[in-house]
Structure formats: C-alpha cells, structure tokens
Design a protein around this ligand. Structure first.
Ligand code: GCU
Length: 459
C-alpha cells in the first residue's frame, strides 16, 4: 500500500515538473540557481534595451487575482485590426505569387526575425549524425526498426560547449521503400516522453492506439527529437547549447535567436539526416509538437520549406495565438523570466514600452509563411486548455487564408469559429478544437486524415 502510494506521489511530482499544465506557475519558494541566472540574463537584455519596467502577465491559476487571465470574449479584442499580410510596407497591395515570394514574404520574415523569434546566425556549425544503435522491435503489432542517433555539432570554434542532438527514428521493418515520417518535438530527453504514451497535461492517456501506432498504421514512420539537447528550456542556458556555442558563451544581442528558433534549427538538422537515410522519404516529413513545442513546430514549418506538413498543437501565445488578443496567456507572460528565452530579446519591448498593437506582424502572418504547405492547428476546450486561446489560433489560421489563395491553395473555408470537435480539414489550412484539455492526443486521428491527402503519394 505504502509502495503504491509513494509511486503515485512520485508520479504526481514528476508530472508537476515535467508537464506544466496550461497556466502553470511555479510555486513561490527559494529560487533555484537556474531561476537566478535566468533573471540576470533577462535583466541584462532589459538594460541593453533601456527598459526599466514591464507589465505583469495574466494570472492563469487564480481567477480572483486582479490580473486573472481573461476568458470573456467581449474583452478579448482590444486591437481588432490585424496587419494585412498582402500589403507591402509601402502601402501597395500585392496580387501575385511572385510579389508574395519576392517582396512581401521577405518583409514578414525580417519582422519575425528581428522582433519576435530572433535571427538564426547566417552560418551555423555543421552537424555530424551518428547512429548509436539500431533495434528491431515491435510497436503494437507492427515490426519496426528504431535507430537512435546523436547529431554532434561541430564545436571547434568554441570547444567549451558541446551540443549533441538526440533523435530517434522508427520506420516499419517491412519497408518496401522510403516512407513518410512524422517527427515530434519530444517533451523530455532521450528517448523522450513523447515516444511513449505518457499522460499529457495531467490527463489519463485515452485508450486505443498511440500516435506512433496511428502513424505506423498508415505505413509511415515516426521520429522524436529532444529539443533540450539542442537548447535548454530556460534563460540561464542561453550562453550554452547551440545559441551559446555560436555566441562563444556570451549573452545574446536583442535580435539574436531564442530557444524556439534554436529548436527549429535542430529539427532542420534532423531533416538533413533524413535526406541521407534510405528508409525515409525526406520530401514527406511532417513535424508535430504540443504547447511550447507547438510553438517550435510552427516556427520550424515557417522557416524550413522542406517540411511537408505540420501539426501545431495548443501552441498558444508565442505560437499561433494572435498576440493582439487578450485571452489566456499574454505577450507579458512570454516576456517573463520563465519564458522570455523562447523569443528574441526585442520581443520584451512589446510587454513594456510598446504595446501588442505595435508589433509589426501578427501570427496569421506566421501561418502565412508556411504557405502553400498544409498546416493543421489544434487546441483543446476552454475548460482545460483556455490558456492557449483556441479562438485566437483559429483567427490566425483564417487570417493566413488570403496568402494561401494567392498561391493557388485553399483557405479554411470559413472565418466563423466552429463548434467544438468540428474538423475544418477541406482546405490547406486546417483547424480542430477537441473537447479535452491540454493535450494533442484527441486530434491525432483528424490530423492523420488531413495529412493522408498530402503524404500518401510520393511528391
Ligand atoms: C506554460 C506556458 C505556455 C506553454 C506551456 C507548455 O503554460 O505558459 O506558453 O505552452 O507552459 O509548454 O506546457
């Protein structure tokens, strides 16, 4: 009995620390060395930007707090007008695909680079992939081959920092040719919680096949990338990992890349490897991630046109949620000590001296950067996943529509927020809100139906 109780306790503690629920706020208490070092790094950035104070974020855990997160639609749209993705900075409207690629898209990329996610360095060190083990296994009733890999990042320019990217790749053993692969940003280290059927967001795992088994049932493979092997998930780590390596251990400049772009960079390096592996059809690789890794997923998809499709789950603020929306998590929360490292230093300005409305771009334009490639955007119910703002993400999906149309693709078909559990999957931008909480699991079957249209045949 006692053993059982203590294992339940250990499980709950692990859950609390590995799966921050939406709106999770660290309990007050003595600060860890990581928190202190993050605070110092963030303060250095604030000093560089001459910012003396920032607004406080929304409180997601106490509805009676003066700054309680807003879940009232009538108060959610203080800045209802979004920048037009088809209007150039000089005020001219663009109408052709050529204008999009040559003129408007580069403007949007520059704004996201400078103000939001930071610039990836022009030259990043080479990555040498090593297969550390190959195992013949079964998953469910499918015979598979699982390779564990390490991507050794060349650190000859700064040997004090070592970065070894952790990746697993599983493909059907019966593979008659290269197969599509869905790669997940996994939640832990090697091989990653994402590789199993662990509970997400505090929910019990649903019965039925895991996402990996659903993918295998299509004849596809799956991969799990460990983001934190690329870049730590805290501000203290910004002088380490791939960002620290390129900066030779020095703190970031205001437009340097943050963790989201670093994680996305790692996903691109994994795709480089897939291009060399005969088991994988690298033209049919999808990327998927949930919550903070949903943010990494949309960034990876937006910046690397080799990714064929994306499943962006509960990405919320800093991901697909419209920054100008006052619902759940806000810009100010992402500017706080525990999250600012995801973004460029310049992003802090919009939580202080500037307002959300001063952002030169919003997230419908991030989705538009993925065009013409298919993107599936998902969230859970307000009760359980309200923090991520399903409607704000739907609006971004809808707002990207005109760009998809200019490129000859189909938008979502509606700008009206659908009833819960209504799949909008007929266009090239897809959306579904499931009735559960902060988890991607209930949307996997719908994503696979959507993805099948694009991945079932070689491109
Ligand atoms: C927190 C954070 C979110 C993030 C989430 C997660 O809730 O505020 O932005 O997406 O953690 O990654 O689980």
């Amino acid at each position: 009995m006692r053993a059982r109780r203590s294992s339940v306790l250990v499980f709950l503690i692990l859950l609390a620390y590995t799966v921050p629920a939406a709106g999770f706020q660290a309990p007050a208490g003595p600060q860890s060395a990581i928190q202190l070092a993050s605070q110092q790094d963030r303060q250095k950035m604030l000093d560089l930007l001459h910012i003396t104070s920032l607004r406080t974020g929304a409180n997601g855990s106490n509805p009676n707090a003066p700054n309680a997160a807003n879940y009232d639609e009538s108060k959610a749209n203080p800045y209802p007008t979004l920048p037009d993705p088809l209007v150039l900075k000089n005020g001219k409207k663009i109408k052709t695909a050529k204008d999009w690629w040559n003129n408007r898209r580069p403007e949007i990329v520059e704004d996201f680079d400078r103000e939001i996610y930071g610039r990836m360095p022009k030259i990043t060190p080479a990555v040498k992939w090593e297969i550390t083990s190959t195992a013949n296994e079964t998953n469910g009733d499918v015979a598979v081959v699982t390779k564990k890999l390490l991507g050794h990042v060349d650190n000859s320019a700064w040997p004090q920092i070592t970065v070894d990217i952790q990746l697993t790749l599983t493909t059907p053993a019966s593979g008659t040719g290269p197969v599509p692969v869905i790669m997940e940003f996994g939640f832990t280290g090697f091989p990653g919680r994402g590789a199993g059927r662990g509970p997400v967001g505090g929910l019990s795992p649903p019965s039925g096949p895991t996402w990996q088994q659903q993918v295998l049932a299509k004849g596809w493979g799956y991969a799990v990338l460990s983001p934190t092997s690329i870049q730590a998930d805290n501000g203290a780590g910004l002088t380490q990992g791939i960002i620290g390596l390129v900066n030779k251990g020095q703190p970031r400049k205001p437009d340097d890349w943050g963790a989201l772009r670093a994680w996305a960079w790692g996903a691109s390096r994994a795709l480089d490897y897939f291009e060399t592996d005969k088991a994988v059809d690298a033209k049919r690789v999808g990327v998927e991630g949930h919550s903070r890794y949903g943010k990494a997923t949309i960034v990876a998809m937006a910046y690397d046109s080799r990714f064929a499709i994306a499943f962006v789950s509960s990405s919320g603020e800093g991901g697909v949620k419209i920054h100008r929306r006052a619902w759940g998590e806000l810009v100010e929360n992402v500017a706080a000590t525990n999250e600012y490292h995801w973004m460029a230093g310049n992003f802090l300005k919009y939580a202080g001296p500037l307002s959300w409305n001063d952002l030169p771009v919003d997230t419908h334009e991030l989705v538009a950067l993925c065009a013409p490639r298919p993107v599936f955007i998902s969230a859970g119910a307000t009760n359980g996943d309200g923090w991520v703002d399903a409607k704000g993400m739907f609006q971004a999906a809808a707002g990207a529509g005109p760009v998809y149309k200019v490129l000859g693709k189909k938008d979502m078909g509606t700008a009206e927020f659908p009833a819960i559990e209504t799949p909008l999957i007929d266009g090239d931008i897809a959306f579904r809100q499931h009735s559960g909480g902060h988890t991607p699991l209930p949307n996997w079957p719908t994503f696979i139906i959507f993805a099948d249209r694009y991945l079932s045949k070689p491109q």
